[in-house]
Every structure is written in structure tokens, then in C-alpha cells.
Design a protein around this ligand. Structure first.
Ligand code: GUN
Ligand code: ZN
Length: 429
């Protein structure tokens, strides 16, 4: 019989969207969650679950918060070792810091070392699924998938394709991008908990031929996700205009090559034109908010409230290492701060939803991960809401759940993460 585990604590799950109606009404809190065979078998009272499953091992987390593992919808795992590099905006930041680091992933050993380091760090921060860019090297994809597979993790990733405006050694071609992506996709997509994402980096680093080849590959494999960057900085948008003079706007550089669709993930999406917003909404594409990156690289303020109200599908992400943290707690805090700058404070329930259900919806995996419900995969994080003296003295005064949780969202880090479960196995704690 499968090993069963009963986790006691404050088990938080979503029964609706906290962006519709009163945010707190979208949340349910149970006393316990039962894990069995890598899946969530049930939630409810300790008495009922323990009575129905007397063989279950009980882990008592008292008043700790138990929620779905965080889902990071846009990261660059190869940028792990150059996170927090000083003083540049996007295009200079890419050429000064990013491209030299990504060059190193020609070495399978280096790729394996960083993949393991990245997944150790993200587990320590309570992130159980991520959608990552790799580098142009197929070895970088192999290393990431092999490491994730060994850990039983649900991950999405793809070979980052670039055939212009990148240094020698970091360029492929339209043909090799297509062939290598296809080979990796055929080898890995759907194996264990691994999914492949077709990954043109962004239109400035792809020729028209390469964008066309990526579009053709996506059309052949429409069940794959496609990830790229869109309208992150104003200088970048000007550059795109000069490279694609006949395009209607930035999105059109994807749309006209078959790279706009419902399984498309568009990172940043800050400076959107009305036509772009309309088309993204029409096809129900996912926009990925990367708040620590947007402030760190100086990109701008994502219009969360306006886009949510218009019905966009939105995920939350660190964008490591343009983002300045591996922590989805810190990322929620930055999303809150950007909301404040735009005059719309996000409720803690909305922040937690974005980091779990919202990102899982963006990845079209919300039937599998991102929430606690029977039949979903058992990826969980257990948070101590008094992990530092500063947080503890504030949460001690809390008069309700949200006042207890918000100090950890704003001030918490990996010290708040006391236990992590991945696929029903204890990965931390
Ligand atoms: N645009 C194209 N590549 C990148 C990248 O690696 N990071 C960020 N933040 N933006 C990009
Ligand atoms: Zn990115």
C-alpha cells in the first residue's frame, strides 16, 4: 500500500479567484491534508482524516501555513550565478553579464552544476515548479531536465534560440534552432513530469527565418508551451521597431510568424499597445509579471489591475537572474509594491494565488499543480509565519489570517520555508 502522510497545520487552498469578489472568500482553510502515492488524497479535519486513514504518518505543523508549492512562471536557470549584477539596463545587462555567463553552458559539467545549484536554491525557497529558459546549447536543456527528473519535479524548459544580435558562440541558425529544439522536444516532452517549451529568446535575437521556423515547430506541436519576452523596456521596443519596420507593433513580430497563441507565455508585457492587449486577450495568452526584475533592471510598472480586470491570464515569476531574488515571497512583495505605485494594493490572498494557481494557469497546468485539492500532485510548501524576530513580533499582533500571513509575504525569505514536498516526497525539512 502507498505510504500515506497526514500534514496538520493551516492548510490553505483556493476555491475560487480572489480577483473576483471579496478576496478572502476565494480561500478555504482546513486542518489537515492527506498525501498518498505522490498525490493529494484529501483535505479536512484531522479527526476525520486520521480515522479514515489510521496507517498515515502524522506530521504536526501546528499553526504553520501549508499551501501548494510556488510556481515560478519565467526564470533563466543559467543566470543563477550572475544574479544581482550591478548597474545596467536590459540591453547592456544582456551583453555585459548575461551572454558571457550563458556562454559557459557549452560545458555539460557546468550546466549540470548550475542546474543542481538552481534546483537546490529554489527548493529551499519553496518553489516546486518553474518554467525556465536554458541557453542555446542543447546540453543546458539536457542538464536541467535530467536534474529535475531525478528530483521528480514538474518543470517546463526549452532551448533558448538566437541567431542574431548575440555574440559568436551564442548563436544558432534557423535550421539548427528548429532541429535541436525538435530533438529535445521529442526526447523529453511528456516524460515523467517534464514539459518542453519552444523558446525564441525575443524578436531582436532572432531573424525572420528563425521566428518562422519556431512558429512552424509550434504548429507541429501545439500541445507545447511557447515562451518569449515582450515589451519589457522602451529602448527594446524602439530596437524591435527598427529591426522589423513593417511590423504593426512588438507583438506582431511574433504574431506574423505563428508565435501568438493560448499556450504562449509572454514575459514582462509592460508597455503594451491597445492592439497588443486586445490580441493577447483574444487568444487567451499568458502574461508573466516579473516584478523584482522590472524594478531591478528599471523596466517599468506592470498593469496588474487593468489587465486582470480585462480578463487576462497572468502568472508571477522571479525572472532569475534579471530578477533579484529566487524567492516567490520576495516576488509577491515586489508585486505588492508595484501595485502600490499604481494605486492598487494587492490583497495577500491575491498575491498567494498569483504565486500558485495563477502561475499554474499560465502554464496550463492548474489541473495538476498550484492548489491543494484531491487528485492534484502533492507539491507543497510549509511556511513558518514567525520565521524571524522582526516577522514574529508583527505576526504576533495579527487579528486574522491575512494579518498573520502578510508580514511573511513582505519580509519573509527561505527562513520561512520549513518543509517542502515534491511529488509526495519530502524534499526539504
Ligand atoms: N530579454 C531577452 N532576454 C532576456 C533575459 O535574459 N532577461 C530579461 N529580463 N529580459 C530579456
Ligand atoms: Zn526573462
Amino acid at each position: 500500500m502507498a505510504q500515506k502522510t497526514l500534514l496538520k497545520g493551516r492548510v490553505l487552498s483556493f476555491v475560487g479567484s480572489p480577483f473576483e469578489g471579496e478576496p478572502g472568500d476565494a480561500v478555504r482553510v482546513d486542518e489537515a491534508v492527506l498525501l498518498s502515492g505522490g498525490m493529494i488524497a484529501g483535505t479536512g479535519s484531522v479527526r476525520d482524516l486520521a480515522k479514515a486513514h489510521p496507517e498515515a504518518e502524522i506530521v504536526d505543523h501546528r499553526d504553520r501555513l501549508i499551501l501548494a508549492g510556488f510556481v515560478d512562471a519565467h526564470v533563466h536557470y543559467p543566470q543563477t550565478a550572475m544574479i544581482a549584477s550591478w548597474g545596467k539596463r536590459l540591453i547592456d545587462w544582456l551583453s555585459t553579464y548575461t551572454f558571457p555567463e550563458e556562454m559557459k553552458f557549452a560545458s555539460p559539467d557546468y550546466a549540470a552544476e548550475i542546474a543542481a545549484r538552481y534546483l537546490d536554491l529554489t527548493t529551499a525557497h519553496g518553489t516546486t515548479t518553474m518554467c525556465s529558459y536554458c541557453t542555446i546549447h542543447p546540453e543546458s536543456v539536457e542538464a536541467f531536465f535530467a536534474e529535475a527528473q531525478a528530483r521528480g519535479q514538474r518543470v517546463v524548459a526549452g532551448k533558448t534560440c538566437m541567431d542574431r544580435n548575440a555574440p559568436e558562440g551564442l548563436r544558432d541558425t534557423a535550421r539548427t534552432a528548429y532541429d535541436q529544439s525538435k530533438t529535445l522536444l521529442q526526447k523529453w516532452h511528456g516524460v515523467d513530469r517534464i514539459s518542453y517549451a519552444i523558446t525564441p529568446r525575443f524578436s531582436p535575437t532572432s531573424t525572420l527565418e528563425q521566428l518562422e521556423a519556431m512558429g512552424a515547430l509550434w504548429a507541429e506541436h501545439p500541445d507545447c508551451l511557447m515562451q518569449t519576452h515582450l515589451s519589457e523596456q522602451t529602448d527594446e521596443i524602439e530596437w524591435v521597431k527598427s529591426l522589423f519596420p513593417s511590423a504593426r507593433d512588438y507583438l506582431d513580430t511574433y504574431e506574423s510568424f505563428g508565435l501568438l497563441g493560448g499556450r504562449g507565455l509572454y514575459g514582462h508585457a509592460i508597455h503594451l499597445e491597445p492592439r497588443e492587449r486586445d490580441r493577447l486577450r483574444e487568444v487567451d495568452a499568458a502574461l508573466i509579471h516579473c516584478p523584482t526584475s522590472n524594478t531591478f533592471i528599471g523596466s517599468g510598472l506592470f498593469d496588474m489591475a487593468g489587465l486582470m480586470a480585462a480578463g487576462h491570464r497572468i502568472g508571477l515569476a522571479t525572472d532569475t537572474g534579471g530578477g533579484s531574488s529566487f524567492s516567490m515571497l520576495r516576488t509577491m512583495a515586489a508585486a505588492y509594491e508595484i501595485g502600490q505605485l499604481r494605486g492598487v494594493p494587492l490583497h495577500p490572498a491575491q498575491l498567494l494565488w498569483l504565486a500558485t494557481v495563477g502561475s499554474a494557469r499560465a502554464l496550463r497546468m492548474d489541473d495538476l499543480i498550484g492548489n491543494i485539492a484531491p487528485g492534484m500532485e502533492a507539491d507543497l510548501v510549509v511556511l513558518d509565519l514567525a520565521s524571524t524576530p522582526a516577522i514574529a513580533q508583527r505576526s504576533a499582533r495579527a487579528e486574522d489570517l491575512w494579518e498573520a500571513v502578510f508580514p511573511t509575504i513582505m519580509m519573509g525569505d527561505d527562513r520561512a520555508v520549513v518543509e517542502v514536498w515534491i511529488g509526495g516526497r519530502r524534499a526539504l525539512g
